[in-house]
Design a protein around this ligand. Structure first.
Ligand SMILES: Nc1ncnc2c1ncn2[C@@H]1O[C@H](COP(=O)(O)OP(=O)(O)O)[C@@H](O)[C@H]1O
Ligand SMILES: [Mg+2]
Length: 301
């Protein structure tokens, strides 16, 4: 059976500005299950935002298709919510209105009071309560603005939530708080999330699965790394989990070394490029330390 979100043979080329073509990625295929939190990690310029824009329906790939819940993605839709790094709030609307206008569009049958109540609830979930929700975005800090855009995205409960480096511009403390809030809401919502980041620890904290991209041009999603750390996860506790540093080392090695070595390599030229599943689990009794087998088991999916 097809996954909930299915990316099939996606190819993107752009004019390279010198009369030729730049192939960003070629025949890339992968899937995301309903309710899954998938994070994509890769170096700058490998094509992460390009993939996200295609998933959002904001850009069309050169070839290939995206199918979500049985329907091909063509153009933007309220079914897919996007949070960008730069908040993209409407400056002339209050914080509350920035959330409620989308809610009202999604639920035309709701009364004004229902829309306001629903929006206020989601703002409270990200820690924005009281007078602050009457303020305009320009009167909020960067961290508060990003909270508004997260509340707005979750309040619409899209089938797919797309986050493009949403915390990239925030200081580490604020980022930590908002990550915790994001996890809390996600835990309550059964929301399918696809997120881009370049922060390894953020990826491990949040993801069910991390997709690793090789460097471009001709980048590909080379691996799908399962995060074998149970939820709920707390940043101070997960670092104690036996799998944490094993997974982290794998990711660091990939980004530091293998993403370059594998750059431009296709798994099989002209064929669909699917990521290899990587499962690292030190708590698995089958990973007997007496046994000389490596703890890393790669399974082709
Ligand atoms: N509209 C465009 N026209 C031409 N080249 C583009 C366009 N959008 C992105 N690119 C190029 O595609 C590559 C991938 O970009 P992007 O998806 O933004 O990378 P990432 O988000 O991983 O940093 C880069 O080399 C970038 O310059
Ligand atoms: Mg980007």
């Amino acid at each position: 059976m097809k996954p909930y979100l299915s990316i099939e043979n996606l190819t993107q080329t752009f004019p390279d500005g010198a009369g030729g073509d730049l192939t960003v990625f070629e025949n890339s295929s992968f899937g995301v299950e309903k309710g899954e939190f998938v994070v994509i990690l890769g170096h700058s310029g490998c094509g992460k935002s390009t993939i996200m824009n295609i998933l959002a329906g904001l850009a069309e790939p050169t070839s290939g298709v995206v199918v979500m819940d049985g329907q091909e993605v063509k153009g933007p839709s309220l079914d897919r919510g996007v949070v960008f790094q730069n908040y993209s709030l409407l400056p002339w609307l209050s914080t509350l209105k920035n959330v409620s206008f989308g809610v009202a569009a999604r639920h035309p049958e709701w009364t004004k009071a229902q829309v306001a109540e629903h929006s206020t609830k989601f703002l409270a979930m990200v820690g924005l309560e009281g007078d602050v929700i009457r303020r305009k975005p320009s009167q909020l800090s960067g961290g508060m603005r990003q909270r508004v855009s997260i509340a707005r995205a979750f309040a619409n409960h899209p089938k797919l939530l797309l986050l493009d480096e949403p915390f990239g511009a925030l200081d580490a403390l604020t980022r930590g708080t908002i990550q915790d809030e994001l996890l809390k809401i996600w835990g309550q919502m059964e929301q399918t999330v696809f997120m881009i980041t370049h922060d390894i620890d953020e990826a491990i904290l949040l993801a069910d699965r991390i997709l690793l991209m090789t460097n471009g041009p001709k980048a590909r999603v080379a691996e799908s790394v399962e995060i074998t750390i149970p939820r709920p996860r707390y940043r101070t506790e997960i670092v104690e989990h036996p799998n944490y540093y094993a997974i982290r080392n794998h990711l660091v090695q990939f980004l530091g070394k293998r993403s370059k070595e594998m750059a431009g390599q296709q798994s099989e030229p002209g064929q669909s490029n699917r990521p290899t599943t990587v499962r690292i689990d030190k708590t698995d009794p089958q990973d007997d330390p007496e046994d000389k087998r490596p703890a890393l088991r790669a399974v082709n999916s």
